[in-house]
Design a protein around this ligand. Sequence first.
Ligand SMILES: Cc1ncc(COP(=O)(O)O)c(C=O)c1O
Length: 363
Amino acid sequence: MNTKIYERELTALKKANRLRDRKTYSKNILDFASNDYLGFSENKKLFKKAYKKLISQDYYSPKASVLVNGYSSIHKEFEDNLAKINSFESAITVGSGFLANIAMIEGLLRRGDVLLIDSEYHASGNLATKLTQARVIYFNHNDIEHLRELLNQIKAKRIFIAIEGIYSMGGDLANREIFNIANEFEAILIVDEAHSSGVIGDNLLGIFDYYNIKPQSNHIKMGTLGKAYGSYGAYILASSEIITFLQNRAKPIIYSTALSLFDVALGNEALKQIVKKRDKLKDKITKRQNLARDILNIEIKGLILKIEIGDNRKVIKIQNELLKEKFLIGAIRQPTVQSAILRVILRASNSFKNTKKLLLMLR
Ligand SMILES: Cc1ncc(COP(=O)(O)O)c(C=O)c1O
C-alpha cells in the first residue's frame, strides 16, 4: 500500500504547526478548553439520576435504529420535554450534532432548492452540502447585506438559510435580522444551537429564547448534548411535518443505531436542571462575561472567549505556557479557523478565582 501521500501531508502539517494530536491531561488540570459550559460533565447528581432511571429499565442499550425497535420511552420522554420547553411542535433525538447536520441538510434539501449557508457554519454542515443536489451558496459570515443581495438574485423552488446561534469559534451571535429576512423571503431557517442552547436566553434555551422569537413552521433548531448538556448526542426541533419527514428520509436517523439510552437520560436530567437552576446558572454566566469585559475589555455573549493571535507557533507557545500553570485553553488553527486564535471557555464550574487568574494572565 502506498502511504507516501499521508507521510508527505503529515510532514507538511507538522511544519506548519498544524499537526493535531489527541492527548490525555492530568486530573488537576483546569479545563478552560472544552464545551462543557455549565460544568454538567462533573455533576455526579445528574449522573446518578440518569443511572437510576436507566437501571429501572428492562434493557440498557438502544439495540437498533429508532425505526426498528431502538426507540424507547426514554427517548420519547426527552423529546417531548424538549419540544414543550422550547415551544416547538416536535423533536427527534439524533446520534450526534455532526449527524444532525447531515440529517437536516442532506435529508431536507431537494434539487431546485437553494441553501444559503453562513461561511462560518460548522464542518458537519459543510460536509452535508457536498451530499445534496440543491444549489449551495455561502454568504459572508453574519453579513445581512450580503445575504439580502444573494436572496434578491436567487430563483429557487425553496430557499433554506443555515446559521449557528453562537458561532463555535468566534463566539459571536447570529444576527437577529436573519430571522426577519428568512420570514421576508419565505425561507426555511436552520439554526445550529450547539453552542447557544444552555448558555443564552432568558430561560437558557438558546438564540430563539435570547431574541424572544416564537418558533414557527419555517424554523428548525438543532441542539447538541455534548456541550452545555454534559452528555452526548443531539436533537432536532421543528414542525411535526418536518420531524416526520426526517424520520422517513434522513439517513443518519434511519440507518444508524438510536442514541444511547444513558446519554438521552443524562440529557434529560441536564434539561431539567437548566429549568430548575436557571437563575443560579445565569448568574454564574453573567459573572464570567463581566469578568471578560472588566479584565480584557472583550464583550462575550455566551461563554466562548476568542483571542486573535494570528500565528500558529505563538498560539501553541501560549497554550503550553498556560498549561505549565495548569490552565488548559484551546489553540485553534487552520483549517478550523483562517488565522490562529486562542479559544477560552469560561466554564461555569471553574471557580471565579481561577477564571480571574487566567484572564489576568491573558491580559
Ligand atoms: C456548531 C456545531 N455544530 C455541530 C457540532 C457537532 O456536534 P457533535 O459534537 O454532537 O457531533 C459541533 C461540534 O462539535 C459544533 O460546534
